[in-house]
Design a protein around this ligand. Structure first.
Ligand code: FMN
Length: 207
């Protein structure tokens, strides 16, 4: 069966629960990206959403490197990806590398929440992207030290994830059948009873 981008997007919608933000239901991580560049102004909106994330001591430890397809930064990020991720992520019009400053600015002490804060900012970015009709796919599959070297990232910044950004493409544009099968597979999540507890091992009653 041949899937259109629209049909896959429909299939991947999380089951709707009244009152949950539509963009949260709509966000998923595709590998097939359309060639179109991100609409003017939307990149600013995404980083504005990330910028307003909470962070320990309001340090805002995150720094994002943005590479547009055809630029050296995009190419350097692609080169650091593991071969599997290169197969699909190279087509994304924008690649974002998230980093986090390891020490607080106010007293130089170690910020053990830097990575946590980067994750929070990235989560807001992905939800804002979904609200704008954009697709995101985060990746941990890359050589951190190769990225650090190629992009001249200072040692006092942790390297987080790479996020592919763009518009959803047709699954048929993917490199192989396995990837197409994963693209159209239903999404799964652990039940709330497993992840929300009132005591260890005891599901919380949420009402
Ligand atoms: C930190 C992180 C690292 C990930 N690394 C990869 C990766 O290297 N390659 C990949 O194809 N997907 C990667 N993913 C995507 C996850 O597999 C995906 O988010 C998960 O299966 C849930 O699917 P959903 O985002 O569509 O809900 C990563 C996601 C996160 C948050």
């Amino acid at each position: 069966m041949t899937w259109s981008a629209e049909a896959v997007d429909e299939l991947k919608l999380a089951p709707t629960m009244e009152g949950v933000l539509p963009a949260i239901h709509r966000r998923w991580s595709p590998r097939a990206f359309d060639k179109h560049d991100v609409a003017a102004g939307d990149l600013t909106r995404l980083f504005e959403a990330a910028r307003w994330a909470p962070s320990s001591y309001n340090e805002q430890p995150w720094r994002f490197l943005v590479g547009h397809r055809g630029t050296a930064t995009h190419q350097k990020i692609v080169s650091s990806l593991i071969p599997f991720n290169q197969l699909w992520a190279a087509q994304a019009p924008v690649l974002i590398l998230g980093t986090a400053k390891t020490h607080f600015s106010h007293d130089g002490s170690e910020n053990i929440y830097a990575f946590y804060d980067l994750g929070a900012a990235t989560a807001l970015l992905t939800v804002q992207a979904a609200a704008l009709g954009l697709a995101t796919h985060q990746m941990g599959g890359f050589d951190h030290e190769a990225a650090r070297h190629a992009l001249e990232i200072p040692d006092d910044f942790l390297i987080g994830s790479v996020t592919a950004l763009g518009y959803l493409g047709d699954p048929a544009t993917l490199a192989n059948e396995r990837m197409i099968a994963q693209e159209v597979a239903p999404r799964t999540r652990r039940p709330l009873s497993e992840i929300v507890l009132s005591a260890w091992g005891e599901p919380a009653r949420l009402g």
